[in-house]
Design a protein. Structure first.
Length: 171
């Protein structure tokens, strides 16, 4: 059986930053989760998918959210045209975030984008709406996932914790 690889050749392991930036990964995950399902049957006009953003930021024009919107735009998704982005920003007041997370769940949104400690707050509000989280606490200790190998639940994304932990353990 021919595999397409040269005999004895091994692929170099992928490195962080090889051809894909973090915003591309997040935008791609969001797109896959909120993209309307297609079928051959005639349907009523599709509703706009809603992305909820839960953040302690004061304004929606911070760099990480700009990068997220650019990643979506690169994939053909524009806020107000073929998706809706619902911002819930607490301007640094973490005590407001749980109520904001509950509001996103009641709308309802199709997916929630959260970062850092807001991932935990978002998961406390819902166990069914997918949550894209990043750069947060140790996701296992925080109860967000069961394990890195089999996360389960409704939280997806990335954490530097697993990379840091693996690096520290290697000689």
């Amino acid at each position: 059986m021919k595999t397409g690889n040269r005999e004895g050749a091994t692929a170099a392991p992928a490195q962080i930053g090889d051809g894909m930036r973090r915003r591309d990964v997040i935008a791609g995950l969001a797109t896959l989760l909120v993209a309307p399902k297609r079928s051959s049957a005639q349907q009523a006009p599709a509703k706009l998918s809603r992305i909820g953003i839960l953040s302690p930021a004061a304004r929606p024009d911070i760099a990480i959210l700009d990068a997220f919107r650019k990643g979506l735009a690169d994939l053909g998704y524009m806020d107000g045209q073929n998706i809706m982005i619902e911002y819930r920003l607490s301007a640094g007041d973490f005590s407001r975030l749980p109520a904001m997370a509950e509001e996103l769940v009641r709308l309802p949104v199709d997916i929630i984008l959260a970062d850092g400690p807001t991932v935990v707050i978002a998961q406390e509000a819902t166990r069914t709406i997918p949550i894209i989280g990043g750069a947060g606490p140790d996701p296992i200790a925080a109860g967000l996932i069961a394990s890195f190998a089999h996360p389960g639940g409704n939280v997806i994304g990335f954490s530097a914790f697993g990379v840091i932990e693996a690096t520290v353990r290697e000689p």
